[in-house]
Design a protein around this ligand. Structure first.
Ligand code: ADP
Ligand code: ZN
Length: 804
């Protein structure tokens, strides 16, 4: 028996509409509408996309007017029962709208875009302003196609009845064809072209060489550009000379790294690995939800445990969700997983195009996939029958989404583990204090790997005091100790990793005479120097301006850059060690798709001596020939206004030290710092996570911070600084009158970055003992804040991990 009403969450992210609406199911759709499908519904004066979250025969109260569903957008549900339940729970937990959570769970490609069909009416009068409309009669358009002036005109003409506008709702990606090229099969033609080519036509020569190696093959334009680095002008020339032919193909969009991996055999687990493995498998085989904290030093073989446990689970007919931080989802890691599981792996990361992501999602949805490897948002992969969830580097801040909905993938992973009654492995060499404390209490089961796998040993760590090292000498990024050790490695043909810690730190311009620092007028932040494009840029809003030659404040010409970036360090390296071959790895050099993979591959093949980079070099890389790791500036994060500062510093130093000495030869680490006595540095020097944990826990207890307390951050913002200050003070007074007396209220205070994208930000921090004790009150606060007119906004962040 089909139900006659559907509960629908409509695509309007506001507090007032954050509830299911009842729609009637018309007779012709009765057998088509299912829970978890997208539908098109009338809402107010508009038509919108909505998600069916429930079906019912219950007729709503007589006095409500029920509208009917217009059409169904899916043939099969895009959300299953589990993901629907998760969306409801998560919306509550992270104080987000249900619709926002639903859209986050699904790939972008399934978020409808709204398109319009414009039809001119007989009353339409052509004039200069409306000329552009003539070509659009009967055409499908998007609002973004128009200037705001044109939009106003359309709206006026619509009101006057000169044209009609009908809304169409479509998937962002329907059937997608891509531009592609087929290389000619005629080798003679190419040989002839080679002979006649002008000597300076390098790009065309390159294209011809590539073409001759791939006769008759088809490549999408994107692939061709990635593989050859040729300009589109060269490709056009190739087409006009008939070396290539243009095609439109529908190509299976698969991430390149997963194709044709070499198969790899399992290693024999050592005793500690075997013990961990067995406990995990016992939980899996008895269908028990059990979180494990796998605390294993760097190089102890955690990944081998994950992979073998995953294999067992797949063998037993269940599926595996494997999460790694974006930054550690290197081609190395993807290859390792693909090598064990072959084509039954799906990969989800931010480097994929929307289409690739959608195609991987559909493979999972269809049940073609046994193992999903991915970064944060992969936690929503539509796997069914999950038998194991792995969260590698569980301490990583990047598991927390920084925008709404502010979910934490580690939290979601635990929720899904419980739903499927499956074990969840949280793995790290430096667990978050929160997880380690839970293991202490027995909420998670602690599994320890205390030795490096194989024959490798942990590296020795030398701390260099930069205050002494730099006294009296000129500015440099290299202490004599570090420089000497790099030279030794170069002579021995071993490799070096250098870390430049950029968190909370950047190269900026400062006047040496008066201290003036150029700031961006929107955000009031010091702007970052970009040497390649010769400008100053704000990394938050993108504002950019020229580099000043004279100080605008005191006219001195001693205004120059301060601090350091990888580019500047690379330049210094070239000066002091001209023979060293250096690969630079940072956001600028890895923006282009495939460039990170290429850089790491080159380094692995020892085409370079030194890998210089930001946080990116700290995670997950496994190069046996690296015997020296240098940390150029260990303490730039210690000064951040955040109680996690020590924890983050300790984690980063430990992680990057872990890159040294992974092969036969012993490794060494040099840490340069201005705070050599800081406990985060001394514990990292001794590889003493447990010592750090106990020390830091005492400080957290004294300071009444997590994990002893739960925290909620209330973020307020407005375009007007006074308005936000006044409202935030009011909210604070209201909270004080409503909250239990043992809830600690900090603030209100301007946020460390007080002004961002023209908005002013304040924050209030709540600390309390029971995880959900204030949820109702906070929901109430959100309701009340909605009543405030103007631009004022309130955001509630549970367990904030950063305070910038
Ligand atoms: P982690 O993830 O803990 O940093 P990995 O799993 O990357 O450690 O292992 C580090 C190195 O040790 C890798 O090169 C891996 O191949 C090797 N390894 C792991 N387990 C074993 C084992 N049981 N026997 C020999 N080598 C191992
Ligand atoms: Zn000055």
């Amino acid at each position: 028996m089909n139900s006659s009403y559907a509960q629908v969450i409509v695509d309007v992210p506001t507090q007032q509409t954050n509830q299911p609406y009842t729609y009637a199911i018309p007779t012709d759709l009765l057998d088509l509408v299912q829970v978890g499908m997208r539908v098109k519904v009338p809402f107010g004066k508009r038509d919108l996309m909505g998600f069916v979250v429930d079906l019912t025969d219950q007729k709503p109260a007589d006095n409500v007017q029920i509208k009917a569903i217009q059409s169904v957008m899916d043939l099969v549900p895009v959300l299953n029962a589990e993901l629907l339940a998760l969306s409801a729970q998560l919306a509550q937990d992270v104080f987000a709208f249900r619709i926002s959570v639903l859209k986050t769970i699904l790939p972008n490609a399934l978020s409808a875009t709204y398109q319009y069909l414009i039809q001119l009416q007989p009353t339409f009068r052509l004039n200069d302003d409306s000329q552009f409309l003539q070509a659009l009669d009967q055409q499908v358009v998007q609002l973004t196609d128009f200037t705001s002036r044109q939009r106003r005109l359309i709206s006026t003409l619509h009101q006057q009845g000169q044209l009609t506008v009908e809304m169409l709702i479509q998937d962002r990606l329907g059937v997608k064809t891509q531009r592609a090229y087929q290389i000619t099969a005629d080798d003679d033609l190419l040989v002839q072209a080679q002979q006649q080519l002008r000597a300076n036509a390098h790009q065309q020569a390159q294209l011809l060489a590539f073409a001759r190696q791939n006769l008759g093959q088809v490549f999408t334009q994107k692939e061709l550009v990635e593989m050859t680095d040729l300009s589109s002008a060269t490709l056009r020339a190739g087409v006009s000379k008939e070396w290539l032919q243009v095609l439109a193909v529908e190509k299976l969009r698969r991430p390149l790294e997963t194709l044709n991996p070499d198969r790899e055999a399992n290693l024999t687990l050592n005793d500690q690995q075997k013990q961990a493995f067995e406990q995990i498998i016992t939980a899996h085989q008895s269908h028990t939800y059990q979180p494990f904290l796998l605390e294993g030093i760097t190089g102890s073989g955690k990944t081998e445990v994950y992979l073998q446990a995953a294999q067992q689970v797949v063998q037993d007919g269940r599926t595996v969700l494997f999460l790694v931080p974006e930054i550690a989802l290197t081609p190395q890691m993807i290859r390792r997983v693909s090598a064990r599981f072959g084509p039954s792996v799906a990969v989800l990361h931010s480097g994929l195009s929307e289409g690739e992501r959608y195609d991987e999602w559909r493979r999972i949805q269809r049940g073609d996939v046994k193992v999903v490897v991915g970064a944060r948002s992969a936690v929503f992969a539509p796997l069914t029958n999950i038998g194991l969830i792995i969260v590698d580097e569980e301490h990583e801040v990047s598991y927390q989404q920084q925008d709404n909905p502010r979910y934490n993938a580690r939290q979601v992973a635990l929720w899904r583990g419980e739903y499927h009654q499956a074990p969840v492995i949280l793995g790290s060499a430096t667990p978050s204090l929160e997880s380690r404390a839970r293991a202490q209490k027995g909420l998670y089961q602690l599994l320890m790997l205390t030795k490096r796998a194989g024959d490798a040993h942990l590296p020795t760590v030398q701390v260099v005091d930069m205050r002494e090292s730099l006294a009296g000498s000129q500015e440099t990024n290299f202490s004599p100790e570090l420089k000497q050790k790099i030279i030794e490695r170069l002579q021995a043909h071993q490799q070096v990793v250098l870390l430049l810690n950029r968190r909370g730190f950047s190269s900026f311009v400062m006047c040496r005479d008066c201290g003036y620092v150029p700031r961006d007028p929107n955000c009031n932040l010091a702007m970052t120097l970009h040497l390649d494009s010769h400008c100053l840029k704000c990394h938050y809003c993108g504002y950019q301006t020229a580099i000043p030659h004279r100080c605008p404040q005191c006219q001195s010409n001693r205004i120059r850059y301060y601090g350091t970036g990888t580019e500047k360090v690379a330049m210094e390296l070239e000066k002091i060690l001209p023979e060293a071959r250096v690969i630079r790895l940072d956001q600028d050099t890895t923006r282009k798709k495939g460039s990170l993979a290429k850089a790491l591959q080159d380094f692995g093949q020892q085409k370079a001596d030194i890998l210089l980079g930001t946080q990116m070099v700290a995670k997950g890389l496994d190069f046996p020939n690296v015997t020296l790791v240098g940390v150029l500036n260990a303490d730039t994060a210690l000064g951040l206004p955040d109680f996690h500062a020590s924890e983050r510093t300790f984690q980063l130093l430990t992680q990057v030290s872990g890159r040294a000495g992974r092969g036969q030869t012993a490794g060494e680490v040099v840490v340069q710092t201005f705070n050599p006595e800081h406990y985060a540095i001394t514990f990292a020097q001794k590889h003493d996570y447990e010592g750090f944990y106990r020390y830091e826990m005492r400080l957290r207890q004294i300071g009444q911070y997590p994990p002893y307390y739960y925290t909620i951050q209330i973020q307020t913002s407005d375009l007007d600084e006074n308005v936000v200050a006044v409202h935030t003070a009011q909210i604070t007074r209201w909270l004080k009158s409503q909250l239990n007396r043992d809830v600690i209220i900090l603030g209100p205070s301007p946020q460390p970055i007080a002004k961002l994208k023209k908005r002013y930000y304040f924050q209030i921090l709540l600390k309390f003992k029971k995880p959900h004790e204030n949820d109702e009150l906070l929901q109430d606060l959100i309701q009340r804040a909605q009543q405030i007119k103007g631009n004022f906004q309130v955001n509630i962040v549970r367990n904030p991990l950063t305070f910038m």
